[in-house]
Design a protein. Structure first.
Length: 333
């Protein structure tokens, strides 16, 4: 019996490891479509977001899946077995470090608190991904695959790609992991219409911003604010992903504000823009969600207090406080 339970438990873990490796490899192939250095360094590396999400949801035991996926991706890119192993080590240690930092900070995968959003941006993305960028770029330079003068531009692209993978992929995956289908509550048609209008406006404004030779990237801020206030995390995370993806493609293709600049300059601009985009969307969504949860908690406690007082004095009339909220036509849920 114990042997059967052991096989079942470890068999499930092995299946998760292979699944993570497969998804890691598939997302890497998509990320390499926008490679900028040596065919293997890209300004958006989705596998880091997938790796960190897997660690947060499944625990550190699935790290071999990350290592296996990274090995399968890099073994054909070279330039030598030693460099490949160094890159694999960096790609595995980066998400593991980010995971440990987030756990020590008390991170919750619901992303419903301001501190969770701040931790994901500064600890998960910007700090944790320093490891993979430094090890990978250093290995390429030490092996002679890159000249020493290309270290910082390569490091900037590598760090940008890994950090963006966490900033724009992880929130969406955490959102999807918490979704329950079919929806328990009917969403009003006007709500769907507003969501479609938000996506259309965000896409249109972002495309206009990256097509202009003048730097108009921050015109997308009102769309992010709209998404965060009206839809919280369910709107903020996908909008941030959409905006960042369009900006990354524009930087890789040297469109608009990214034209006629060096690679390092473009990566610095892209990192600043995408970092502020994710920070604005996630922080605002977390603030709105936290405020909403606090209001609901106060309402629940007051209802319990009113019920307790009515039991102590059955003849007393206890008014409900806060008073019931009037339902607006566009309220969801």
């Amino acid at each position: 019996m114990r042997h059967t339970e052991w096989l079942g438990r470890h068999g499930a873990t092995a299946a998760w490891i292979l699944g993570v490796a497969a998804v890691y490899y598939g997302s890497a192939e998509l990320g390499l479509l926008q490679e900028l250095v040596r065919g293997q360094v890209t300004p958006l590396w989705p596998p880091t977001g997938i790796a960190l999400t897997a660690l947060l949801l499944l625990g550190p035991r699935i790290w071999p899946g990350i290592a296996l996926g990274a090995f399968l991706v890099n073994v054909s890119l070279g330039p030598s077995p030693a460099v490949v192993l160094a890159i694999v080590a960096g790609n595995t240690l980066g998400p593991l470090l980010a995971y440990r930092l987030l756990r020590r900070a008390g991170f919750r995968v619901e992303l419903d608190r301001l501190r969770d959003a701040v931790a994901l941006v500064f600890l998960g993305a910007l700090t944790g991904m320093l490891v993979s960028a430094t090890i990978g770029s250093g290995a390429l330079v030490l092996s002679g695959a890159l000249p020493a003068g290309e270290f910082w531009p390569t490091w900037a692209v590598w760090w940008t790609g890994d950090a963006m993978g966490v900033l724009v992929i992880t929130p969406v995956l955490l959102l999807l992991s918490a979704a329950r289908w079919p929806l328990r509550e009917r969403i009003r048609p006007l709500r769907w219409l507003e969501a479609a209008l938000l996506v259309a406006c965000t896409c249109t404004v972002t495309l206009l911003a990256v097509s202009s030779p003048v730097n108009l990237l921050y015109l997308v801020s009102p769309c992010l604010i709209w998404a965060a206030f009206r839809f919280q995390r369910a709107g903020a995370a996908p909008c941030a992903l959409l905006v960042s993806t369009i900006a990354i493609v524009a930087a890789a293709e040297a469109w608009g504000p990214f034209a006629r600049h060096e690679l390092l300059t473009n990566m610095a601009t892209l990192q600043a823009f995408n970092g502020i985009t994710a920070l604005t969307a996630l922080l605002l969504a977390a603030v709105v969600t936290e405020r909403r949860n606090t209001h609901e908690e106060i309402r629940r406690v007051c209802a319990q207090l009113a019920e307790a007082l009515s039991r102590l004095d059955p003849g007393a009339v206890v008014e409900q406080w806060p008073p019931p909220r009037k339902r607006k036509p566009d309220d969801d849920g």
